[in-house]
Ligand binder design. Structure first.
Ligand code: AMP
Ligand code: MG
Length: 388
């Protein structure tokens, strides 16, 4: 059994070839940006008014000004502003030559072609050319393109962007006891939740799920499905059959099919039996069958591999909060992830009976991590949580 951080290190050491593609900016939400993006434009491209008002010279101490013209956003001023003069200007419009300050309209009074200042304006109310962004400025770091990143890409004038190609991720759920939702359970059978959950986690994290269905704990069917999946997937995830049971064939059959094991058994709770290996360009995870285990191992390990597929390293977001009640544990050999509710800065452990207790996750919005060697976390203690 290896430590969790060793397992993550092994994943982070992998150097899969990063496949890229160009997509329309509007379709880039949720995609991974592989490289930093620098600006090829100035923002704003011209000095502009940040308020509706009158553009004047900031050094001008006059109270009364002659209004030369009115400029709206998108129009080009034709006059130069001298002392005692102003131009009526709208938010977003180009500042006229000579002017470097806007008196907001609320601080003024107008009488025909004369504007009088009623109240002093402290700021300039001008967004000066290239104030936000100069050519060559770093704009985005590699990572997931969310709504604001997508907006930033569009603000640079880019209609297309190069992103990491979505990896095709095969999912095989093993277990002779499994039936799909919609089918009738016979005695000894349970519903297959992992297949659905894992495909959803793949989609949520920017992969393309390819579901191979339920495979019984039978060497031949398992071997055939694995052969097919290894040919057609960038990543293959299996659930079940990785522990020490008599019918837990997954690690053995993977190896018979040319998969080189990189680790098997990790000091993580839940998720100890996890297998990770490689075959040519395909990476393979064998996840334990208990649904909370497969969920947590995906969060903690598979996500790191997904980032490696983009040439990046996954750095989980950690949230610090105050534990609402004391937690004890006996097994301190493993890093444990315990489902919690994050309420403001309070961390509430939920009632959780173990790795088959999937419905316990319904209310959870975080995983509390308890490091190896820790027997007790006390009420009131500051703890680390990964938001879900
Ligand atoms: P295993 O890892 O195959 O020993 O399975 C551990 C536990 O998880 C057993 O109780 C299985 O019945 C259950 N299990 C395995 N696969 C699934 C699945 N796809 N959906 C829900 N539970 C599963
Ligand atoms: Mg099984």
């Amino acid at each position: 059994m290896i430590k969790l951080n060793q397992a993550i290190e092994i994943i982070n050491k992998q150097t899969p070839s990063v496949k890229l593609e160009t997509v329309k900016t509007k379709d880039s939400l949720g995609r991974l940006l592989p490289k930093s993006l620098t600006s090829t434009i100035e923002s704003p491209p011209f000095s502009k008014a940040a308020m509706d008002g009158y553009a004047v010279q900031s050094t001008d101490t006059s109270r009364e000004f002659t209004i030369l013209e009115t400029i709206g956003a998108g129009e080009i001023p034709s006059k130069t502003v001298q002392q005692g003069e102003c131009v009526k200007i709208m938010t977003g419009a180009m500042m006229p030559e000579g002017a470097d300050k806007v008196i907001r309209v609320e601080y003024t009074e107008r009488n025909g072609t004369v504007m009088t200042i009623k109240q002093n304006e402290r700021g300039t109310n001008v967004i000066f050319r290239a104030e936000n962004l100069k050519i060559g400025d770093p704009v985005l770091s590699p990572g997931i393109i969310g709504a604001k990143e997508l907006g930033i890409i569009a603000s640079l004038g880019l209609s297309e962007i190069e992103v990491v190609k979505k990896p095709v991720m095969g999912v095989i759920t093993t277990g002779s006891e499994l039936k799909n939702p919609g089918e009738k359970l016979q005695s000894g059978e349970i519903y297959n939740s992992n297949g659905f959950q894992m495909c959803a986690q793949i989609t949520e994290n920017g992969g393309i799920p390819k579901y191979y269905g339920i495979v019984k704990d039978d060497r031949i069917s398992l071997s055939n499905t694995i052969k097919d999946a290894l040919k057609n997937c960038d990543v293959l995830l299996l659930s079940g059959g990785v522990s020490k049971g008599e019918f837990d064939y997954v690690p053995e059959i993977l190896q018979e099919n040319g998969v080189e094991p990189l680790f098997h058994r990790v000091a993580i709770k839940p998720g100890r039996p996890t297998f990770f290996g490689k075959n040519k360009d395909t990476y393979i995870f064998g996840l334990p069958g208990n649904p909370v285990s497969s969920f947590v191992v995906f969060e903690v390990m598979v996500k790191s591999l997904l980032y490696r597929m983009a040439g990046l390293e996954y750095k989980p977001m950690l949230f610090k909060g105050t534990l609402s009640k004391t937690l004890h544990r006996k097994d301190t050999e493993r890093t444990e992830f315990y489902p919690v509710i994050i309420e403001g800065d309070i961390i509430r452990p939920i009632k959780y009976l173990g790795s088959s207790h999937l419905n316990a996750l319904a209310d959870a919005n975080g995983l509390l991590s308890i490091s190896t060697g820790t027997e007790e976390l006390k009420e009131g203690e500051q703890v680390d949580v990964r938001p879900l």
